[in-house]
Design a protein around this ligand. Structure first.
Ligand SMILES: Cc1cc2nc3c(=O)[nH]c(=O)nc-3n(C[C@H](O)[C@H](O)[C@H](O)COP(=O)(O)OP(=O)(O)OC[C@H]3O[C@@H](n4cnc5c(N)ncnc54)[C@H](O)[C@@H]3O)c2cc1C
Length: 415
């Protein structure tokens, strides 16, 4: 078992860090200013994308690139520490064409698209020319149980007709978003896990309406987490992804590596929060002592370091499992990291906010935005409880298979 990154990863880490320090961090103010003025996407993102592409820091998230596709081939475990560095600024991953929801969508298209679909949608996504969204969640049904999804995708001659209302669809407000992967019901009479399918709906198809950008804790993200109405949206049958009834399985396939990416970016934010907290604790004095000299603040710092290290190791193990045995074999660990990381994230960022006092709540540090996103992560890609439910079910299943094995360890002491 090795706990050291390979020379290749160390070199990539140094290159990404250098790129972040030289170009992305200095551009953060411009990005924030543009977004405040309602300019989206800020020009600086497109400029930096061109630069990152020219330096070969492109599509790092996708292990299985074809020869004609731009990008650098890395495994999940090689990519994870790079995602962590990108995660320190929440818009930075787009510069490397490694941002959600496009990464998950590109993975899905990479695995399941027909040659025609790849040419039309995957190619421009991999080139960073367009963006995409993934439309599953609905306001009218509990969407953490995907079997509830009730948007209809009705076969009609050579077409499908989509009707339904989605919301929290990330990226749908971005003017560059050209394609939605829509999950809906193609056959209400099929077995419950075979009712759903996914189709590709170009955003300019008549009947697709982005109704509003739903704010997250009163914070409007520029790319939008949108309510989107699909009213009699007609797409050709060739826009079906994989086969009818496979929507549930595709949704599972999509979320594996995507969760690793979210988790590693969040760990990058945690690292930044610890750095900010420690610097503040070294500089600020109350009651004759620096903050870090107050026992409780030292405790926050120490606990944060331990928790972040634990979370990172679990995420890296999960990345290794995916690389070695595939997404299905890593299912248990994927649930674990999705339940563990948001908890560590909000706890660590919360401590950093407390250490900054009122300033921690102000827009003068990134902490308030970080906490808001961390809070959302407890729900995005499935709420914590659903992942814990899956972990518990797996543990009980294992125990059922060996029921009684722990009996030998029981100690019957007489009172
Ligand atoms: C910022 C953000 C971005 C998002 N982006 C997208 C996107 O791009 N595309 C997309 O399709 N969706 C997106 N979502 C939606 C997200 O995936 C769903 O909100 C999530 O799956 C939960 O569904 P729901 O909101 O319908 O909650 P519900 O299913 O109504 O669940 C509500 C609550 O019930 C509890 N609960 C549910 N099941 C259990 C259980 N088994 N045991 C105990 N408690 C339980 C949980 O606490 C849960 O939070 C996004 C959400 C956010 C916040």
């Amino acid at each position: 078992m090795h706990f050291e990154f390979s020379p290749k990863v160390k070199e990539m880490q140094a290159r990404i860090r250098d790129f972040m320090d030289r170009y992305v961090v200095p551009a953060n103010r411009e990005w924030l200013r543009d977004v405040e003025k309602g300019v989206h996407p800020p020009q600086v993102v497109e400029d930096l994308k061109a630069l990152a592409k020219s330096e070969g820091l492109w599509n790092l998230f996708l292990p299985a690139l074809h020869d004609d596709e731009p990008g650098t081939r890395l495994t999940n475990i090689e990519y994870a520490p790079l995602a962590e560095i990108m995660g320190r600024i929440h818009w930075a991953s787009e510069v490397f064409n490694c941002s959600a929801p496009d990464t998950g969508n590109m993975e899905l298209l990479h695995m399941f698209a027909t040659p025609e679909q790849r040419d039309q949608w995957l190619k421009p996504l991999l080139e960073g020319k367009i963006r995409s969204c993934f439309a599953m969640t609905e306001p009218d049904v509990a969407s953490s149980d995907a079997t509830n999804i009730c948007t209809t995708i009705r076969p009609d001659g050579n077409d499908y007709v989509i009707n339904g209302r989605k919301w929290f669809i990330t990226g749908a407000a971005d003017p560059r978003c050209k394609i939605a992967i829509v999950m809906g019901n193609t056959n209400p009479d099929a077995e419950v896990h075979r009712r759903q399918s996914m189709v590709l709906a170009p955003m300019d198809t008549p009947g697709v309406e982005v109704v509003r950008n739903v704010s997250i804790m009163n914070h409007h993200s520029p790319e939008g987490h949108c309510e989107v109405l699909f009213r009699n949206v007609r797409v050709p049958k060739r826009n079906l992804l994989s086969e009818e009834g496979s929507g549930f399985a595709l949704a599972q396939a999509r979320l594996g590596p995507g969760r690793i990416h979210h988790c590693m970016r969040s760990i990058g934010e945690c690292e930044l929060a610890i750095e900010l907290m420690c610097e503040r604790a070294l500089e600020r004095k109350t009651f004759g002592m620096h903050l870090h000299e107050h026992g409780v603040v030292g405790e926050w710092i120490a606990r944060s370091r331990c928790e972040v290290e634990q979370a990172r190791l679990l995420v890296l193990k999960t990345a290794w499992l995916i690389d070695t045995y595939g997404v299905k074999a890593a299912h248990h660990e994927i649930s674990m990291i999705k339940a563990v990381v948001p908890e560590v994230h909000t706890t660590v960022v919360n401590r950093a906010i407390q250490c900054f006092g009122a300033a921690g709540l102000s827009p003068d540090t990134p902490l308030a935005d970080m906490w808001t996103w961390g809070r959302a992560l407890h729900i995005v890609d499935g709420p914590d409880e659903v992942h814990r439910r899956s972990i518990a079910r797996q543990e009980i299943k294992k125990t059922r298979e060996t029921l009684g094995a722990s009996a030998a360890y029981l100690t019957h002491r007489s009172r």
